[in-house]
Design a protein around this ligand. Structure first.
Ligand code: ATP
Ligand code: MG
Length: 412
């Protein structure tokens, strides 16, 4: 679990600001859910035989003996909130959220125990047009953030729950023939969740899988059409993708469309965004059957990608630094600074505290990255004046305090 330090927060703010702007441009609304939910919500939504439920949740008992868990992802809580508050009943919802998620994984580059996701979830729409919109939204985002050239899109259809079930049987039969070569994880999953074996990272098992029956051969006609519809819309939009038949995604609730954005340069933790349809989840969690589709994006991995591309945000945090010297000047300076904050929208003005001579105070102003210094000595205060100096070789003048707001408004 990491601290986000002042040197890192500008990039975080830039990403957060851009994501919010892009999502809002499609008319989506923010929801905020609690960080803790009842454990059984996640068990039911995500599926028992998944990494998240088997090994990664932070689960504890509260004082009433209820089993609670820190949320490992946002979809389950979002669906729960939607059902509980009547947002999903015969309604369409286009929602987003952002916040910390928790998984007890082995920490490494791009994989942390507290990480942050932006999530988008759409309810009540079953056609592939909305799947395409979500992909277009993420494409716009990569473009805005300057990373579009460094990411690629993989898509797949995993079909209806029924067609998946019949494929899973075939896959289990196939895997049973190769049981001696499988590792323990695969052996365990082979019967409960064989689909997950498809995205294994173990080379020996990958090799076996090249001869495995193909999911696409078992797709139901409706899912095939749905997927063709998505591909057509992506083609129309000029969005490049590859169809990866082994892409299944880690959580149980997906059906039909699944997609991932991959940033190769990140190494083994290269998926920066993943999503798909989950038409069965709302009903499974106690709501009325409601089609749904969404994605989640890992903010830390996006931060890493932007850092490796040197797309750092170097926003100075201060425009104006106020230095004072002499009796009564600090109070006068603080008062003037308040007036300026009131009158100039967005002005960032920092007071010098702790005294010292002007030289020391100017040094501080430079270090902090201010572009203008305001100077108040006893003389200035007595005459209701202030001296401004534009740093790094700019002009210096003493003017009436009544005129400084207008002057600064033009300078910063
Ligand atoms: P991975 O394949 O990396 O384990 P996942 O399939 O478990 O990912 P999802 O549940 O789909 O991940 O979460 C969506 C996104 O959240 C991921 O694509 C990734 O960017 C990010 N993410 C997931 N787990 C972590 C983590 N432990 N640390 C940082 N980011 C993460
Ligand atoms: Mg994972």
């Amino acid at each position: 679990m990491n601290d986000c330090l002042p040197t890192q927060s500008p990039l975080w703010q830039k990403i957060e600001g851009t994501v919010k702007d892009v999502i809002s441009a499609y008319g989506y609304s923010e929801v905020r859910m609690p960080i803790v939910e009842m454990t059984h919500l996640f068990r039911r939504a995500i599926g028992e035989i998944t990494d998240v439920i088997e090994k990664e949740m932070y689960t504890f008992e509260d004082r009433n003996g209820n089993s609670l868990s820190l949320r490992p992802e946002g979809t389950a809580g979002c669906v729960r909130a939607g059902i509980e508050n009547g947002l999903l009943h015969n309604q369409e919802q286009r929602l987003w959220y952002m916040g910390p998620m928790f998984r007890h994984e082995r920490p490494q580059k791009g994989r942390y125990r507290q990480f942050h996701q932006f999530g988008v979830e759409v309810f009540g729409l079953h056609c592939p047009d909305v799947d395409a919109e979500l992909i277009m939204m993420t494409t716009r985002l990569w473009r805005k953030l300057g990373v579009i050239k460094y990411v690629r899109l993989e898509i797949n259809s995993i079909g209806s729950l029924e067609s998946r079930a019949s494929y899973c049987k075939k896959l289990t039969n196939f895997l049973m023939q190769h049981e001696p070569v499988l590792d323990d994880d695969c052996k365990r999953r082979m019967h409960n969740n064989p689909l997950r074996i498809l995205d294994t990272k173990v080379p020996e098992i990958q090799a076996i899988l090249t001869d495995a029956p193909k999911l696409s051969e078992y797709l139901d006609d409706e899912s095939k059409q749905h997927f063709a519809g998505l591909c057509e819309l992506l083609d129309e939009a000029g969005i490049q993708y590859t169809v990866n038949e082994k892409l299944v995604r880690g959580l149980d609730y997906y059906n039909r469309t699944v997609f991932e954005w991959i940033a190769e340069s990140l190494g083994s933790q290269s998926t920066i965004c993943g999503g798909g349809r989950y038409d069965g989840l709302v009903e499974q969690l106690g709501g009325k059957a409601t089609p749904a589709v969404g994605f989640a994006m890992g903010v830390e991995r996006l931060v890493l990608l932007m850092e490796t591309l040197e797309l750092r945000a170097t926003r100075h945090v201060v425009d104006v630094y106020m230095v004072t010297s002499g009796k009564g000047t600090l109070a006068a300076g603080m008062k003037l600074a308040e007036t300026l904050r009131e009158n100039i929208f967005g002005l960032r003005i920092m007071m010098h505290f702790g005294g010292g001579n002007f030289k020391k105070q100017f040094k501080r102003a430079n270090r902090i990255g201010a572009s203008v210094v305001l100077v108040l000595g006893e003389d200035e205060v007595a005459k209701n004046e202030v001296t401004f100096k534009i740093l790094r070789g700019g002009e210096q003048r003493t003017i009436s305090q009544d005129d400084i707001a207008e002057k600064l408004g033009k300078l910063v």
